[in-house]
Ligand binder design. Structure first.
Ligand SMILES: [Fe+2]
Length: 254
């Protein structure tokens, strides 16, 4: 399996290029708009085409590179079903698998940061029949859980989003084996979590033991802690969400 993590320090976003070198199929997960040339160059240097571009959710803190990358490469766009984007894409259901030769990417519905949010479980069939790593998006970060307020609204209050995230963590992500390598979509410097590590890689087991947000004894305790000291919302959040929903460029707020 080919796998690379690409970082954008300006917004502290992590993105991923992965896939099967033998079958010549690459995917990009959570691409940042400023790194589109880098993904294309990396794939080109490997002589492998990008055939799939996936977002874990509709981003609120930075503009996604998905539309631009799809336009450049002709790849298929994938987003969680119900993400509410206005451009052509394949709506991924919970448990659906995107096959890239020997590499398989399975959608794991993990709502709570956003209502439509997928983690992606990655299996390399050349190595084994069980998942090797998990891309956790903004649901579980290295040192914190995802903030529950950015996509809250209406009947989905911040508290309800935190309860939803609790279920995603306890029933889905923390149900995974300790040895799974964990790759988040943000790291230290991002507004999407508190006290994130500057190390953008961990394991499910290490986070289970040492992630402050996961040291709860009840749902109540988790919710109270997660809804405390939430960082300020990203600048231009509304304009960024609008750009990501439409697939068009960012129109800055006046
Ligand atoms: Fe997010």
């Amino acid at each position: 399996m080919f796998f690379r993590q690409l970082l954008n320090d300006e917004t502290a976003c992590a993105s991923y290029v992965l896939g099967c070198a033998s079958h010549g199929q690459l995917a990009v997960v959570d691409p940042h708009v400023d790194l589109v040339d880098d993904y294309v160059a990396l794939a080109g240097s490997q002589g492998l085409p990008i055939v799939a571009v996936l977002d874990t959710h509709l981003q609120a803190d930075h503009v996604s590179g998905l539309p631009a990358l799809v336009e450049r490469t002709g790849a298929r766009a994938y987003l969680p079903a119900g993400a509410g984007v206005e451009f052509d894409h394949h709506a991924l259901a919970d448990g659906e698998v995107v096959k890239l030769g020997n590499t398989e990417i399975e959608a794991v519905a993990t709502p709570g940061h956003a209502l439509e949010h997928h983690a992606y479980l990655v299996t390399d069939r050349r190595r084994g029949d069980e998942p090797w790593l998990v891309l956790t998006g903004d649901a579980l970060l290295v040192g914190d859980a995802g903030r529950p307020d950015l996509h809250a609204g209406g009947e989905h209050t911040v508290e309800e989003m935190a309860r939803t995230l609790y279920r995603s963590l306890t029933e889905r992500l923390l149900a995974l084996p300790d040895h799974l390598v964990l790759y988040p979509s943000h790291y230290s410097g991002s507004v999407c979590g508190r006290g994130l590590s500057a190390n953008p890689i961990s394991t499910v087991g290490f986070e289970r033991r040492h992630n402050a947000a996961l040291q709860f004894s009840s749902e109540e305790e988790f919710v109270v802690a997660l809804t405390k000291d939430i960082p300020p919302a990203p600048e231009q959040q509304a304009a960024i969400v609008a750009a990501n929903r439409s697939g068009r460029r960012l129109v800055a707020n006046p």
